[in-house]
Design a protein around this ligand. Structure first.
Ligand SMILES: [Fe+2]
Ligand SMILES: [Fe+2]
Length: 356
C-alpha cells in the first residue's frame, strides 16, 4: 500500500484537488478480469516464471528512503519552477498510482485461477505504490498532497479489453523507463540543473519500470495473437501513435519544466520516442517511422492546435463562441491524427535503430 500520511504530516500539508481530467491527463483503467484469469500462459511460461523470480528479489526494497538532501530543498525553487515542478510531481504520482490500482485489482481478482499472473501483478503493484508514495511525499515538501483514496473513488475508469491493456501498459512502462533514464543521464552530466533530490532516485526507479515492461513483453508473447496478424498490426500502430502524440503535446505544453532542468522539451521527447519505438520493435509486429520528417511536422500541428484550444478554454468568451473557436482545431487534430496513422509503418523485423 502507499505509505499512509501521519496525522502530524496531514496537519502541515493541504490536500490538493486533482487536476481536471483532459485527454492529456493520466487515466485509470479497468479490464475483463475473467478473461485475464482464464489466460493460458503455457506458450511462454518459463520466461514469465523467470520474470516473477526477478520481481521476488525486490531489488529496490531499500531504495525509496528519503535522506537529508530533501531538507529545505523545496525552499530553493523560485515560484515559477516550483509551479511547474509540482505539476510534474502530480502528473507522475497520478500515473504511478493508476498503475498501482490496476495491478492490485488484477492480482486480487485472478489469484485463485491464475496464481503466477496474480503474483506478478502483486509485485508490480508493490513497486508502483512505492513510486506513487515517494512522489506524494515529495509533494508534501511543497505543502500539498494528493488524496489517493479520493482519487480511487472518484476518477473515471476506462475499460479496456486485456489486449488493449497490454499495449497501453507495455508502452507506458517502457516510455516511463526511457523518460526517467533520459532525465537521470542528463542530470548526471549537468548536476547544476538538478533542482530537487528526487532525481537521484531515478536510476534504480527506472529499472522497476523496465522490468514491468519486460513482463508485458513476455505476457504478449504468451498470447501470440495479440502481436500477430493484420488487425494486431493496426492496433499496435494506433497505440504507439496515441501514446507518442499525447506525450509530445503534453510535454511541449509544459516545456518550462524541462527548461528548469536544462532540457529542451522537443529534443527530450524526440529521444524518448525514438528509444521507445526501438524497444517496442522487440515485441510489436510493427513500429512507427519516426525518422520521417513528416511525423514531426504533423506532431507540431497538434501542438499548435492544442495551444489554441487551451487559450480558448482559458478565455472569458461565452461558451458558444469558445466552441466556434475550437471546432476548426478539433477538426484539424482529427485530420493530422488520421494522416499520422496512415503513414507507412516499419515491420519490426526490418527495423533499423537510428544512429545518435
Ligand atoms: Fe512506476
Ligand atoms: Fe511500472
Amino acid at each position: 500500500m502507499v505509505p499512509p500520511t501521519t496525522v502530524a504530516e496531514a496537519s502541515a500539508v493541504a490536500t490538493k484537488d486533482p487536476a481536471k481530467d483532459t485527454i492529456l491527463t493520466p487515466r485509470f483503467y479497468t479490464t475483463d478480469f475473467d478473461a485475464m484469469a482464464a489466460m493460458d500462459l503455457r506458450p511462454n511460461e518459463p520466461e514469465l516464471e523467470a520474470i516473477c523470480e526477478e520481481f521476488r528479489k525486490d531489488y529496490n526494497r531499500h531504495h525509496f528512503v528519503r535522506n537529508d538532501d530533501f531538507d529545505g530543498a523545496a525552499d530553493k525553487l523560485d515560484p515559477e519552477t516550483r509551479r511547474v515542478f509540482v505539476e510534474f510531481l502530480e502528473q507522475s504520482c497520478t500515473s504511478e498510482f493508476s498503475g498501482f490500482l490496476l495491478y492490485k485489482e488484477l492480482s486480487r481478482r485472478i489469484k485463485q485461477q491464475n496464481p503466477l499472473l496474480a503474483e506478478c501483478f502483486a509485485h508490480m503493484a508493490r513497486d508502483e505504490a512505492r513510486h506513487a508514495g515517494f512522489l506524494n511525499k515529495a509533494m508534501s515538501d511543497f505543502g500539498m498532497q494528493l488524496d489517493l483514496g479520493f482519487l480511487t473513488a472518484n476518477k473515471d475508469y476506462t475499460f479496456f479489453q486485456p489486449k488493449f491493456i497490454f499495449y497501453a501498459t507495455y508502452l507506458s512502462e517502457k516510455i516511463g523507463y526511457w523518460r526517467y533514464i533520459a532525465i537521470y543521464r542528463h542530470l548526471e552530466k549537468n548536476p547544476e540543473s538538478k533542482i530537487f533530490p528526487i532525481f537521484n532516485f531515478f536510476e534504480n526507479w527506472c529499472q522497476d519500470e523496465n522490468r514491468h515492461g519486460d513482463f508485458f513483453d513476455a505476457l504478449m508473447k504468451s498470447q501470440p495473437d495479440t502481436v500477430r496478424g493484420p488487425i494486431a498490426k493496426l492496433w499496435c500502430r494506433f497505440f504507439l501513435l496515441a501514446v507518442f502524440a499525447t506525450m509530445y503535446v503534453r510535454d511541449v505544453a509544459r516545456k518550462e519544466f524541462y527548461e528548469a532542468l536544462g532540457l529542451d522539451a522537443r529534443t527530450y521527447d524526440k529521444i524518448v520516442i525514438e528509444k521507445t519505438n526501438e524497444t517496442t520493435a522487440r515485441v510489436f509486429p510493427v513500429v512507427l517511422d519516426v525518422n520521417n520528417p513528416k511525423f514531426w511536422t504533423r506532431l507540431e500541428r497538434l501542438v499548435d492546435n492544442n495551444a489554441v484550444l487551451d487559450a480558448a478554454d482559458r478565455s472569458s468568451s461565452p461558451a458558444p463562441l469558445k466552441l466556434l473557436k475550437k471546432l476548426p482545431h478539433w477538426f484539424s487534430n482529427g485530420v493530422e491524427m488520421a494522416k499520422l496513422f496512415l503513414m507507412s509503418p516499419i515491420d519490426s523485423d526490418k527495423f533499423q535503430p537510428a544512429v545518435r
